[in-house]
Ligand binder design. Structure first.
Ligand code: OAD
Length: 260
């Protein structure tokens, strides 16, 4: 594993344009359950057809709203972990060196932003945003749990969670930004995603097709593990600080050598 880390950090150091795709696994160490982990994943306990489709909301808006609001309140208690912080640090350094850096996430928890990442491309929306089905008004909810469900707008319409459900289109601007970043990057990282949900997982395919260097970080193998440049089996909170730390350390010693 140390050789893989070393190689990948060398490439990260040399990269001119970095794109990163994250999934639920990066937030696991912050205490937020993933979706597809066998025992602990949300979809091991709940049926997505009952909670994560427009049809489910139409059938039972009270249940669906309560479930998302409970998740929102739970996430409010969680803090970014060392994986989120390492990516925020990497972005800062990359931008200071005038490299391109794009962080694309499937997560709806906004822990990347809480860690200090900016311009995060949210492919699946956000747990914090609720949108009225009647007037379209969007509000960011940061307060305590709602007093009643479903959540109503001042206009009398129902507010739905601002997340992308199965069967819905991804926000087109966010997806176009993601595709553009992947097309032009020379180092792509996929962290903490099972890579089972499309179109997001298609970004990994795209990176492989354009022959970018691709690093996958995940404790488990995915359908892409045998096709990427480096597949590191480990937790985001362990591997990301190491890889970013190694790349930045090499960079610092290179600039010391240049100065001396
Ligand atoms: P999944 O639950 O499908 O996959 C989580 C991945 O994280 C798995 O491959 C785990 O092995 C890995 N993992 C677990 N702990 C980890 C850790 N500490 N560090 C790194 N990786 C770890 O979650 P996503 O791939 O994000 O959609 O799922 C994609 C979409 O499916 C989600 O955005 C959600 C869901 O339905 C919406 O909500 C629209």
């Amino acid at each position: 594993m140390n050789d893989l880390l070393e190689q990948a950090s060398q490439r990260l150091l040399a990269a001119k344009a970095i794109a990163v795709l994250t999934g639920a696994g990066i937030s696991a160490e912050s205490g937020i359950p993933t979706f597809r982990d066998a025992m602990t994943g949300l979809w091991a306990k709940y049926n997505p057809a009952d909670l994560a489709t427009p049809e489910a909301f139409a059938r039972d808006p009270e249940r669906v709203s309560r479930w998302y609001d409970e998740r929102r309140c739970r996430v409010a208690q969680c803090r970014p972990n060392s994986g989120h912080l390492a990516l925020a640090h990497l972005q800062q350094v990359a931008l200071a060196q005038e490299k391109a850096f794009t962080l694309i996430t499937q997560n709806v928890d906004r822990l990347h932003q809480a860690a200090g990442s900016s311009d995060v491309v949210e492919l699946h929306g956000s747990l914090w945003v609720w949108r009225c089905l009647e007037c379209g008004n969007e509000v960011e909810e940061r307060g305590p749990a709602f007093a009643s469900y479903p959540h109503a707008c001042a206009c009398g319409g129902l507010r739905r969670p601002g997340v992308v459900w199965f069967g819905e289109l991804l926000p087109s601007r966010a997806f176009a930004t993601a595709e553009k970043a992947v097309a032009s990057c020379d180092f792509f990282m996929s962290v903490g995603t099972s890579a089972e949900v499309y179109p997001a997982a298609g970004l990994i395919e795209q990176a492989i097709q354009v022959e970018t260097d691709v690093l996958e970080i995940n404790p488990e193998a995915t359908a892409f593990s045998n096709r990427v440049s480096w597949s590191i089996r480990g937790k985001g909170g362990d591997v990301l600080p190491q890889i970013v730390g190694m790349a930045l350390l090499d960079d610092a010693s290179a600039s010391e050598t240049r100065q001396s």
